[in-house]
Design a binder for this molecule. Structure first.
Ligand code: ADP
Ligand code: MG
Length: 250
C-alpha cells in the first residue's frame, strides 16, 4: 500500500517562533496512529501544520506523492484532510442540524442533505439530538458533533486533537468507540491524546514527540506504559523491546 502522508524534516512554528524542529513521520492509508507526548511537545502544532495553520519553515509534507507543505487550510481541506481542533468548536446556540449545515459550507457540489444523512447514519445519537442546541449537549455529544462536522466533508485523513479532554469516563469510551468505527470505515486517523492508555488501546501505532521532535515511532506493542512514562520524562527509554530497536530515538 502506498504511503499516503510522508512528512520529512518538517520545520514549522508561529511567526518567528520555531516549534517543530525536524519532524519526520509517515502515515499509511487506513492507519490509526496515536501521537503522544508531554505538554508543549508540539503535537497540536503538528496537526495545525497538517491543516496549513502555522508558518512553514522547511521540510516537506507529501500527500499521495504531491507536495503540500506551506499550503493554506483550503489546500489541505481540498486534499481530503479533516481537522478536529482541541476544545469546543461548534456553534453552541445553533442546533445540531444547523451546525452540520455550517460545516457543509465548503462542500462544492452542495449536496447538504445527502451528506448530512450520511453523517446521521454514522452518528445516530446526533440524529436523535438534531434539534438540540449544541451548547446544551453533554461534552461527549459535543465532541461527537465536532467529529461529525469534520467527517461531513468526507475527509480521507482525520486529524483529531485531544478528543477526550474534559470528558467523563463514559463519554471518553463513547468518543473512542466512534473513532474506532470511523477507522473501521476506512478513514486514516492521526490522533493526539493525553489519555495515553486509551490511545494505545485504540490506535495501531504510537508516535511520541518531545520538544518539537519525533523521539519514538513503533508498533505500539513495542512500547509499554512504563516505557512511555520514561520517554515523556527523559526523552529516552532504557529497556526497549529486544525484538526491534526503535528508529528515530535521540
Ligand atoms: N499560537 C501560538 N503562538 C505561539 N506559540 C504557540 C502557539 N501555540 C502553541 N505555541 C507554543 O508551541 C509549543 C508547542 O505547543 P503545542 O503544539 O500546543 O504542544 P502540545 O500540543 O504537544 O501540548 C509550546 O511551547 C506552546 O507554547
Ligand atoms: Mg496540544
Amino acid at each position: 500500500m502506498a504511503a499516503d502522508l510522508v512528512i520529512s524534516h518538517l520545520r514549522a512554528g508561529y511567526g518567528h517562533l520555531d516549534i517543530l524542529h525536524d519532524v519526520s513521520l509517515t502515515v499509511r492509508q487506513g492507519e490509526f496512529v496515536a501521537l503522544l507526548g508531554p505538554n508543549g511537545a508540539g503535537k497540536s502544532t503538528l496537526l495545525k501544520t497538517l491543516y496549513g495553520m502555522t508558518t512553514h519553515k522547511g521540510g516537506s509534507i507529501q500527500w499521495k506523492g504531491q507536495e503540500i507543505a506551506g499550503g493554506k487550510p483550503r489546500v489541505f481541506l481540498a486534499q481530503g484532510f479533516g481537522y478536529v481542533p482541541q476544545g469546543r468548536c461548534n456553534f453552541p446556540t445553533m442546533s445540531v442540524h444547523e451546525n452540520l449545515e455550517m460545516a457543509a459550507y465548503t462542500l462544492k457540489d452542495g449536496d447538504l442533505e445527502g451528506e448530512r444523512n450520511h453523517v446521521y447514519e454514522l452518528f445516530p445519537i446526533l440524529q436523535k439530538r438534531r434539534n438540540e442546541f449544541a451548547g446544551n449537549m453533554s461534552g461527549g455529544e459535543q465532541q461527537l458533533l465536532e467529529m461529525a462536522m469534520a467527517v461531513l466533508r468526507r475527509p480521507e485523513i482525520l486529524l483529531v486533537d485531544e478528543p477526550s479532554a474534559g470528558l467523563s469516563p463514559q463519554a471518553i469510551t463513547l468518543v473512542f468507540n466512534e473513532l474506532k468505527r470511523l477507522h473501521q470505515g476506512g478513514r486514516t486517523i492521526l490522533l493526539v491524546e493525553q489519555n495515553t492508555r486509551k490511545a494505545m488501546d485504540t490506535a495501531e501505532r504510537a508516535v511520541v514527540m518531545r520538544l518539537g521532535h519525533v523521539i519514538w515511532d513503533s508498533p505500539k506493542a513495542e512500547l509499554s506504559h512504563a516505557d512511555l512514562g520514561q520517554l515523556f520524562m527523559t526523552g529516552k527509554v532504557e529497556k526497549a523491546s529486544a525484538a526491534s530497536p526503535p528508529h528515530g530515538i535521540h
